[in-house]
Each structure stands twice: as C-alpha cells, then as structure tokens.
Design a binder for this molecule. Structure first.
Ligand code: AKG
Ligand code: FE2
Length: 310
C-alpha cells in the first residue's frame, strides 16, 4: 500500500473538506504523505534538481569516493571478509544550508535557486501548519506561535541537501539509519527516479514511492508532543542502492531552541486528563536536542523520559 498522495490545490475549492480529511488521515495514520499541486513552481523545482546535482558532481562526489569515512570504513570491512555489516555510519553525502550558513561556492546559481526554493517551502509549511491547527482543533497559528516561542520569527528553518551515492555493497551499510525526526514539520523533495526511503508502518517497511515534483511531508517528535500523541513521528530509513545516486532535499521547520514544547491544552482535556503524570513531557526544545544528538537512532520514548527529568 503506497503512502497517501494528496492534491493540495483542492484545499481551495469544493473538495476542501475531503482534502482536510485526507491530510488528517495522513497525519494520524501514516505520519508521512505526499503533496502534489502544492504551489511550488515546477520550473523552480527543475532548477533545484539541476543545481543540487551539479553541486554534488562539482564539489562533493570526488571527495566522497576518494576520502570519506563511509567509503574508507566499507573498504576496510570488505577486506576483512568477516561478513559483518557496517554499524554506526550512513552511506550519504550531506550538507546543511540556512540563510546564514556558508554556501557552496563553485556551482553557478546554487545560492539564488536555493534561496528562492526555501522561500517557497516556507510559505508551504505555513499553510500545512494551519491545516494541522484546524484538523487538531487548536487555535489558528498555534503551532507556528509555539515553535517561535511566541510572536516573531525565531523558529529554525533549515535545509539539508543529501546525496546517496551508488554503493558497491548495499547489503553491508544503510544510506541513512532508521530514526524519527526530532523537530516539527519536514518537507522532503526526493529524487524522481532512485528510490530508497522507507517508513515503518504496522511493523513493515514500505516505500515512499518517488513521484516527480511532489513534496513529501512528515512530522517529527515535537508535533507528536504538541498534538498529545495524535500525530506520531514515524520511523524511517534510507536504503543504500548499487545503481544511481539518490538526491534528497529535506527542509525542517523546527522550534526555536528556547521554545517551550508541551501538549496543547485543548488536546489534553479531550484525550488524556492525566497527561502531566503519565503522558508527554513539557520541556525546552534545546534540552530535547541535546538528548536527541546522542540518541537519534534509538527509540524516542527514552528521549521523552530523559527530557522530562531535565
Ligand atoms: O533522504 C531522505 O529521503 C530522508 C532524510 C531524512 O530522513 C532526514 O534527513 O531526517
Ligand atoms: Fe528523517
């Protein structure tokens, strides 16, 4: 069964109620869904694909194969012939961009294109958050306000550009180890052709099928807490592949480090009166991230307990 594909343009017409319901189902039952007709111009998406691939080819690929930890460690293990798998490492090339990071220097048009792309995605995530507010029955603008620690623009919006190069031994290493995302809402622009992303649904790993120009949405641990468990963050991983380089560009809308995260009061009253004793904790996001950094590839429940104790 493929993950839900939702036509976001229908939110503005006669099919609004049905579309809202599809998104609610995507959030509650799947934690992952794909948006088509999301309003981000296709010619911009085409340019994003072009500059990202060019940047990888010009500035990163050679270094990955010549001198990166995953390549060196895999070579060592292959020579040892122990039959072991490579642990504790991902077969990926990755770099982060945000408005104030250093940008790749050599790829023509990279910065301009990615700035324009990030501006579009920020508009999209704001719409998605409002849909979630409405579906959850919390005040319009609630998620945004919490993530910004009140009014203003303090939430973190970052973009991670990843490439998963072809791997000579995909059975020995993962592209990206299984995890749930720490933050808020993630918008993923994945490769048109090379697949590899899977989510854990009802105990089975299922593909996030590539659909050209769609944007995959998923929710992180903070939305799970804020929604009092109604929107659970879902385990996902990327398999290494022997053919083709998979490109994926993930943009994260996360709380500011000093934002306080807790279940929304409306949802506590409706769903679990005793939440303060047994339910989700209340904490400052920066404290959560200190724990997450150490425990990203482990289950989230001990993270919630650890941050409750801070
Ligand atoms: O590359 C992907 O498709 C997924 C990336 C991801 O899960 C992450 O960055 O947290
Ligand atoms: Fe992730």
């Amino acid at each position: 069964m493929p993950i839900p594909v939702i036509d976001f343009s229908k939110l503005n017409g006669e099919e609004r109620a049905a579309t809202m319901a599809q998104i609610a189902n995507g959030c509650e039952e799947w934690g992952f869904f794909q948006l088509v007709n999301h309003g981000v111009p296709v010619d911009l998406l085409d340019r994003v694909k072009k500059v990202s691939s060019e940047c990888y080819k010009m500035e990163r690929e050679e270094e990955f194969f010549k001198n990166s930890t995953p390549v060196n460690r895999l070579n060592e293990l292959v020579h040892k012939k122990t039959g072991d798998k490579l642990e504790g490492i991902d077969w990926e090339d990755v770099f982060l961009i945000s408005d104030d990071y250093e940008w790749p220097q050599e790829t023509p048009g990279f910065k301009e294109t990615m700035m324009a792309y990030r501006a579009e995605l920020k508009k999209l995530v704001e719409k998605v958050m409002e849909v979630m507010d409405e579906n959850l029955g919390i005040p319009k603008g609630y998620i945004k306000k919490v993530f910004n620690g009140g009014d203003g623009d303090k939430a973190f919006f970052g973009t991670k550009v990843s490439h998963y190069p072809p791997c000579p031994h995909p059975e020995m290493v993962t592209g990206l180890r299984a995890h749930t995302d720490a933050g808020g809402i993630i918008l993923l622009f994945q490769d048109d052709e090379v697949d590899g992303l899977e989510i854990l649904k009802d105990g089975k790993w299922i593909d996030v099928q590539p659909i050209p120009n769609s944007i995959v949405i998923n929710t992180g641990d903070q939305i799970e807490v804020l929604s009092n468990g109604r929107y659970k963050s879902v385990w996902h991983r990327v398999n290494a592949k022997s053919n083709g380089t998979r490109r994926s560009i993930a943009s994260f809308y996360n709380p500011s480090y000093n934002a306080t995260i807790a279940p929304a009061i409306e949802l506590i009253e409706k769903e679990n009166e005793k939440v303060n004793q047994i339910g989700y904790p209340k904490f400052v996001f920066g404290d959560y991230m200190s724990i997450y950094t150490e425990q990203k590839f482990l289950p989230k429940e001990p993270r919630f307990e650890a941050v409750r104790a801070v």
